[in-house]
Design a protein around this ligand. Structure first.
Ligand SMILES: NC(=O)c1ccc[n+]([C@@H]2O[C@H](COP(=O)([O-])OP(=O)(O)OC[C@H]3O[C@@H](n4cnc5c(N)ncnc54)[C@H](O)[C@@H]3O)[C@@H](O)[C@H]2O)c1
Length: 271
């Protein structure tokens, strides 16, 4: 591969590495020669991931940590530095919607469960800010590093039924721009912060609202496909190249950017 796009030898911390998207990116990073510190709150998810990454021949360490707990994140950051001496990349993948935070079709905003609003906004916003604080501090000391956050199509324009997830992902976009600006001004051009905005991918968190039990498209997913010029859902592996590019030297002048990976969904008015 062209050297410019290489991440070989880089140390990457991946939160939510036990999940669908984190797993796909972790496998692609290992195949690209990166060292991976896989972080997840669930030991059982981590065990499966570490076994799989080791079978790929990867240089990998698994750390149980909560993206909402600074103490556990700072301990994890120390462990990674002890293991490999530095942290080049942080992928803030832990996050997602929660079933209780999605309004049923017949519910209104005023039926929303406030406790679930709190949980989903915390997971997606604080769950991005706290790891950036703990691992970003190491990057600030190094004067070098790349952080990638996960925003959403819900950050561009309103998507019905998911108020907490949408608000938190919009905040992730804003935090990406804020932190990119802050670290470039204070620490120079070696630290970059960007976000990707995945379009519609079938994952465990949204399968039930997009696919009927008989495998056909739900009313909601028919609308999604109608507004996607490429006329299909994304394959989870289609995020990997974009993430690698943003972490590589090929993106050395890109910071504060939000890259949609959406088959054209965000570009299309629907008309
Ligand atoms: N799947 C999609 O279609 C899609 C689309 C757009 C954006 N995203 C975003 O991608 C990210 C990952 O989605 P996914 O589908 O892989 O989710 P997932 O549920 O498969 O994985 C999430 C992982 O994060 C872990 N986790 C949860 N809370 C944590 C915490 N507090 N600390 C550490 N780990 C924690 C979980 O144990 C799980 O292993 C989320 O931010 C989600 O919003 C996904």
């Amino acid at each position: 591969m062209n050297e410019m796009f290489s991440i070989a030898g880089k140390v990457a911390v991946i939160t939510g590495a036990g999940g669908v998207l984190g797993g796909s990116i972790a496998r692609s990073f290992i195949k690209a020669g990166a060292k991976v510190a896989a972080i997840d709150i669930r030991q059982e998810n981590l065990d499966v991931r570490i076994k799989e990454l080791k079978e790929l021949g990867g240089d990998v360490v698994g750390l149980v940590a909560n993206a909402l707990d600074i103490t556990s994140l700072e301990k994890a950051a120390q462990d990674v530095v002890k293991q490999w001496g530095r942290i080049d990349i942080l992928l803030n993948i832990a996050g997602g919607n929660l079933p209780g935070a999605t309004l049923a079709p017949e519910q209104s905003f005023f039926d929303m469960n406030i406790a679930d609003w709190d949980k989903v906004t915390r997971l997606n916003l604080d769950g991005t800010v706290y790891p950036s604080y703990a691992f970003g501090k190491v990057m600030a000391e190094q004067g070098k590093g790349s952080i990638i956050n996960i925003s959403s199509m819900a950050a561009y324009s309103a998507i019905t039924r998911v108020p907490g997830y949408s608000a938190a992902k919009s905040a992730v976009t804003n935090f990406t721009q804020w932190l990119a600006t802050e670290v470039a001004l204070k620490y120079g051009d070696g630290i970059r912060v960007n976000a990707i905005a995945p379009g519609f991918f079938i994952g465990d968190q949204n399968r039930a609202v997009l696919i009927n039990p008989d495998g056909s498209l739900t009313e909601r997913s028919v609308k999604v496909i109608a507004k996607t010029p490429m006329k299909r859902f994304g394959d989870i592996n289609e995020l990997n190249g974009a993430v690698q590019f943003l972490c590589s030297d090929a993106a050395s002048f890109i910071t504060g950017a939000l890259l949609p990976i959406d088959g054209g969904f965000s570009a299309f008015s629907g008309v």
